[in-house]
Design a protein around this ligand. Structure first.
Ligand code: NAP
Length: 301
């Protein structure tokens, strides 16, 4: 077990309790370092909002919340100390001591800090959309595609993710329609070509989604879309769909802390570092890697 200087509250502060932050916490404690995890307003982050996970190796099927609770227990059983529902507002390093300022005015001192603050998917901002997140509106074709087997679905967005979703959903769903706000796609030519080759994928370009209505009797959605084109031939239309996939891009959560990225002893992991993978397994793997890097740093300094 690492001998800790009495000046420190722990060896490492981990900020964030999604799969990256929890994996990093677990690896560090198992290696003999003491860890405080600042779990934030929503412990589990995006993980606990996932309806069904069937692609995390070794776990056949469970909800994101179940997986989060298992990881959390695994961590607390081995000694990770959780500060649930507290947020870190600022971090700074002075004389090799890392100061983390919490929103309850407490200041924690550590020898290193790992940020695992995640990110969030862009949304349309429609009036009632949030009530359907994870329940009709999905952000991940890999995760939720199988729930829409033989159904008619819509993808909103025009980047590579939209094409990627279309290609994979075309194998599962009855029909896939991409609705994009502009006349040209942002996606790469090869991805567009691959999506165009799928017989059951169609495209609606130059349309903005203005309204979403859930029709309970038929268990489907009506999307009211507005034609943005000069040529208003088609006018505004209603698209009926059983499932909606948002492919609007991703915003990494910024770190609202004054920290010097190049300063030794700061690490970051998980979704906050990527726009591409966004999988529980990749976030966990990144948390593991940064915990190992952090161990090397702690042994060196
Ligand atoms: P993205 O490239 O940022 O595309 C987001 C799309 O959503 C854009 O077409 C954008 O429209 C649209 N959009 C954003 N806000 C909107 C709004 N409020 N209303 C309507 N439409 C809106 O994001 P992404 O497709 O997730 O890709 C992210 C990164 O991952 C990219 O670098 C991409 O190349 C990469 N990626 C690569 C692959 C691959 O190579 N296999 C697969 C997936 C992702 P506008 O075009 O009008 O801005």
């Amino acid at each position: 077990m690492n001998e800790m200087n009495n000046n420190f509250d722990c060896d490492v502060i981990v900020i964030g309790s999604g799969p990256a932050g929890l994996t990093a916490s677990m690896y560090l404690v198992r290696a003999g370092f003491s860890v405080i995890n600042i779990s934030g307003d929503e412990p589990g982050g995006n993980l606990s909002k996932i309806r069904l996970i069937e692609n995390y190796p070794g776990v056949v099927s469970c909800s994101g919340d179940e997986l989060f609770k298992t990881m959390y227990k695994q961590c607390s059983d081995i000694g990770v100390k959780f500060y649930d529902f507290f947020n870190a507002e600022k971090c700074e390093k002075k004389n090799n001591i890392f100061y983390t300022y919490l929103d309850n005015d407490e200041i924690l001192k550590s020898r290193a800090v790992i940020f695992a603050v995640g990110g969030k998917h862009r949304v349309l901002g429609l009036n009632n959309e949030t009530e359907y997140f994870g329940n009709g509106i999905s952000f991940c074709a890999t995760c939720d595609g199988p729930l829409y087997e033989n159904k008619d679905v819509v993808i909103i967005g025009g980047g590579n993710t939209a094409m990627d979703f279309a290609i994979s959903l075309s194998n599962i769903c009855k029909s896939v329609r991409i609705i994009h706000r502009r006349d040209s796609f942002r996606a790469s030519a090869d991805m567009i070509k691959m999506a165009e080759k799928c017989n059951n994928v169609s495209f609606l370009k130059g349309y903005n989604v203005k309204e979403l209505k859930y029709i309970e009797e038929g268990d489907y959605f009506e999307l009211h879309v507005e034609n943005k084109n000069e040529n208003k031939e088609l006018g505004n239309i209603i698209v009926c769909t059983e499932g909606i996939f948002y492919a609007l891009g991703f915003e990494n959560n910024s770190i609202p802390y004054s920290y010097d990225n190049n300063s030794d002893g700061y690490f970051s992991c998980g979704d906050m570092n990527t726009n591409n993978y966004m999988q529980v397994v990749t976030a966990a793997a990144d948390g593991c890697k940064k915990a190992i890097d952090c161990q090397s740093y702690l042994k060196r300094c």
